[in-house]
Design a protein around this ligand. Sequence first.
Ligand code: MGD
Ligand code: MGD
Ligand code: MO
Length: 778
Amino acid sequence: MSAVDGEFPHSSHWGAFTAVVENGKLVQARPHAGDTDPSDLLTSIPDIVESPLRVNAPSVRRSWLEHGPGARTDLRGTEEFVEVSWEQALDLVAGELERVRTQHGNDAIFGGSYGWSSAGRFHHAKTQVNRFLNRIGGFTDQKHNYSFATGLAVLPHIVGDPAMVSGEVTTWSRLQGATTLWVAFGGLPLRTAQAEAGGITRHVGRDNLAEMARTGTHFVNVSPLRDDIHAEIDPEWVALRANTDTALMLGLAHTLERDGLVDKNFLNRCTHGYETFRQYLLGESDGRPKTAAWAARICDLDEEFIVGLAHRMADNRTFITTTWSLQRAEYGEQPYWMTVTLAAMLGQIGLAGGGFSFGYGNSAGMGSSKLPFGTPVLPAGPQQGDSWIPVARHTEMLENPGGEYEFDGEKRTYPHIRLIYWAGGNPFHHHQDLNRLAAAWRRPETIVVHEPWWTPTARRADIVLPATTTLERNDIGASSRDRVLVAMKRAVEPVGQARDDFAIFSALAERLGVAAQYTEGRTEMEWLRFLYDASRDKAAGFDVQMPGFEQFWEKGEVAIEHDGERTLMAEFRQDPAANPLRTPTGKIEITSDVVAGFGYDDCPGHPVWLEPREWAGSPLAQQYPLHLISNQPRHRLHGQLDMGRVSRAAKVAGREPVRLNPEDAAARGICDGDLVEVFNGRGRVLAGAVLSDALRAGVIQLSTGAWHDPVDPAAASLDRHGNANVLTRDVGTSRLGQGPSAHSTLVEVRKATEDPGPVAVHHPPTIVPNFGSAETPA
Ligand SMILES: Nc1nc2c(c(=O)[nH]1)N[C@H]1C(S)=C(S)[C@@H](COP(=O)(O)OP(=O)(O)OC[C@H]3O[C@@H](n4cnc5c(=O)[nH]c(N)nc54)[C@H](O)[C@@H]3O)O[C@H]1N2
Ligand SMILES: Nc1nc2c(c(=O)[nH]1)N[C@H]1C(S)=C(S)[C@@H](COP(=O)(O)OP(=O)(O)OC[C@H]3O[C@@H](n4cnc5c(=O)[nH]c(N)nc54)[C@H](O)[C@@H]3O)O[C@H]1N2
Ligand SMILES: [Mo]
C-alpha cells in the first residue's frame, strides 16, 4: 500500500499529532486537538524524516567488508562506509550471528540495546531486537535503565516495590486542595514533562501545578537551578550545592528530632529500624551530629533557614518529591532512602497531599493514574539464559571480560563480548565518559546498528542497516498514564532503502531458521490487531470496554474511560499488618538488615551522607571547580531531534549552549555568546556560553544530547559540539545500585583558544554508494 496525501493520526514521545502530508512529503506535525500544552518539539519532526542524515542503504565499514570481523577496529568512526545490497547485508549479519553464537555462545552477543527507540509499541526497536535475539538462543542483556536504575535497585529494600520509582505515585487529584507545602528536590521541570515514552495526548503538568498554586500550595524548588520550577507558580528557590540533598534532608531530620516534631506513632506502626538511624542522626554512632548547622556548611545554606523549613514541613500538609536525576549521581541510593525516611518522620505517608513520590515532572504522565491493565506491548521474551549486566556497566564489561563485580548483594562476572547489536538506542549519547567508551568499543569483533540516521553510534558501527521512522509504518502509540491509544498510521513512503526493524529481523530470522518463532506468522497489521486485542481483553477484566480493532483503526484513536485515584501507601498506613509492604519486615525499612548484611561501605544499612568523589567539597575541586549538571535537554529528547529546527535554533556560536553564572563567567573573562571550552581530566568540549543568574555560582549546565563530534574520532580529542558525556564520570552509584552517576562531575571552563571549524556531525559520513543495488524497499 502506498501512502497518499492527507492527514494521518500519529504519535511520538513528544506527544500525539496529526501528520499532514502534501505531495508525498510530511509538511507538518500538528498537535493533538485535545492537548492544551503541546510540546514545540513536534515542529522538528518534518525536518528529520527526509534529511541528508538518513542512512540511505545498508552500509558496511570498508575494512570489515574486505577483511571480516575484527578488521582494523581502530578505524571505527573514521573509515568510510560502502553501501551494499540488502541481500548481502542480511547474509553478512546472519552469518556473523551464527559464527559468534556457535563459536563463543550467545552470551558473547551484547544485545541489551538500551534506548528509547520510537513511540510505537510494536515497532519499538529495542523490544524487537531483544525478541529476535531471544529466538536465536539469547544474548547478554542490560538490567534496569539509565533513568532510575539506582531507584529500582534500592527501593525494594526500603519499601518493597521497585515500581514506586516511576509508576506508583500519589495522583494529582489527591494533592489538589490537600497539599499546602510541596518540597521538590530537583524541582518539577516542565522541560522534562514534555516527554512520555509511548506518547501522550495531553500534557497536564502545567495546568495541574497552576491550579494547585491558585488553591494554596506553596512550592519549594530545591535545586542548583532556579528554573527547575517555572516562575509562573512563584516557587521559593533553595539553591543548594549540587549533590548535597542528602545532607540537607539529614539536617531537616535532625531538627525534627531535636525539636520534638517526629511522628513517633507513625514510626512505631509503619517503619523498621528508626532507632539505629537515629543514633547516626544524633551522632551517637559516629560522633558527628547531623545538625542543621552541619548541613548548612555542606549545602551552603543558612542554618536558620533549614531549621525553619523543618518546622514548616511539620506544620503543613507536606508533599516531598525527588526527581530521578538525584539518583543519577554517585551514592544516588542515599537521597532516595533519605526522602522516604524524612517523609516517615513527618508521619504523613499515606495521607492525601502528604508523604513522598518520585519522578514528578520527569515525564508527562507522572501524577496521572496508571491504567491497571497493560496497554499494547510486544513481548520480547521469554528470556533465554541469564547473562546480563547492570545497565550502565557497559564500558567496564568491554574493558574487563571475566572481571568480577558486585551488584545488590551478588558477586557477578562480566561476559566476553564479541558482537554488539544495537537497535533503538544511542550509547554515544547516553553513556558516560565517551572517550573511554570509544576505546572500549574497539574490542568487539563486530558491531551492528539499525538506525534511521547517521548518529554518532551508527558511525562507529561495522554494519549499519537503515531503519524506517514511525511515519513510514503502522503502529499503536500508548502509555499507561495517558487515556488515549493512538493509531499511528503510515503517512509517507520509506525514505531511501529503509526497512522496518521488524522486516529486518524477519529476514534474519528466515536465514537463521527461526522465522516462525519470531513472526509467529503475523504481518505488521496482524500484529497490531493481536496486541490491541490482548490489551482489550485485559481491559475487560477491569470492566473497561474498548471497541474492536477495526473501529479503533478507522477512528484513529480510542479513549479509555478509567479513573484511578491514588494516595501512595494509603492502605498500608491504614492497616500495616493487613497490607504489609513486600519488605522483610512488611514495613518501611529505615534500616535494612539485608542491605547492612551486604557489608558495603558505599551503601550501608541506613541512609547516610557520603561525599561523592566529584563535588564542590572534594580535593579535585581545586583543579576543576565547577559542578557540571548534564540534565535532559529542553530542545530535544536525548540525541533525538538534535538536527531538527528547535534544537538548532538553541545553539550558540554554532554549538550546544552551556549556561553559567555571571560571577563564574566574569572570573574567567567569559561573555555571553562566547565560544568556550569545557574540560576536565576526561575530555574537552566546545560550547556556546549563556550567562544566567538562574544557576547558583559554582554550577554549570550543559544538557545532554548534542551529537558527539570529536575532531579526531580515533583519539580522545576535542568535541566541537558540546556533548556533556565527554566530560561525565563513568562509575556505578555504589555496589548496591551500580547505576549511572553522571551528575557527579567536576569541570573547568575557559574561553576557547582554538576553533577547529563548524560542527561536522550534522553531515553524513563518507559513503561509497553502491550504484548496482538500487532495490525497492520491502
Ligand atoms: N550525562 C548524562 N547522560 C545521560 C543522562 C543524564 O541525565 N546525564 N540521562 C540518561 C537517560 S535517563 C537516558 S533514558 C538515556 C537516553 O539514551 P537513549 O535512549 O539511547 O537516547 P536516544 O537519543 O533517545 O536514542 C534512541 C535512538 O533510537 C533511534 N531510533 C528511533 N526510532 C528508531 C527505530 O524505529 N528504529 C531504530 N533502529 N532506531 C530508532 C534514534 O534515532 C536514536 O538514535 O541517556 C542517559 N544519559
Ligand atoms: N525535553 C526532554 N524531556 C525529557 C527528556 C529529554 O531528553 N528531553 N528525557 C526524559 C527521560 S529519559 C528522563 S529519565 C527524564 C529525566 O528527568 P530528570 O532525571 O528529573 O531530569 P534531569 O533534567 O536530568 O534533572 C532534573 C533537574 O535535577 C537537577 N539536579 C541535578 N543534580 C541535582 C542535585 O544534586 N540536587 C538537586 N536538588 N537537583 C539536582 C538539575 O538542575 C536538573 O535540571 O526526563 C524525560 N524528559
Ligand atoms: Mo531516562
